[in-house]
Design a protein. Sequence first.
Length: 135
Amino acid sequence: MDFSEIFKPGLRGEKAETVNGENTAGSLGSGGLPVYATPAMIALMELTAASAVDPLLPRGWSTVGTELNVRHLSATLPGMEVRAEAELLEVDGRRLLFRVEAFDGAGKIGEGTHGRFIVENDRFLKKAAEKKQPH
């Protein structure tokens, strides 16, 4: 299947969430302070990238995250909204590369790149399950 016909650079996604007690560094164990956690920001960036492309895939296909190169630039306090943006930069066969950014009300809080890979769900899960089998 030629995914370059489905996905073109420039495709965008956007998602938002509010910083709360569940997505702070203290709650997620990535630090002790009550500020937006880096793992939460990364998860929001991944979700945003996936949401930009997954609805366009044929039934039985999805994307999985394969690489991240992200910087967390600024702290965000509980009660503030974080908005993530993803833009598709490259399509190389089944490999997708996105620019990802995150913002709060004061400006940019994170930036980087995120790679995703297009997989056929059943085949991918079968291969993953084979790892549990004794060899």
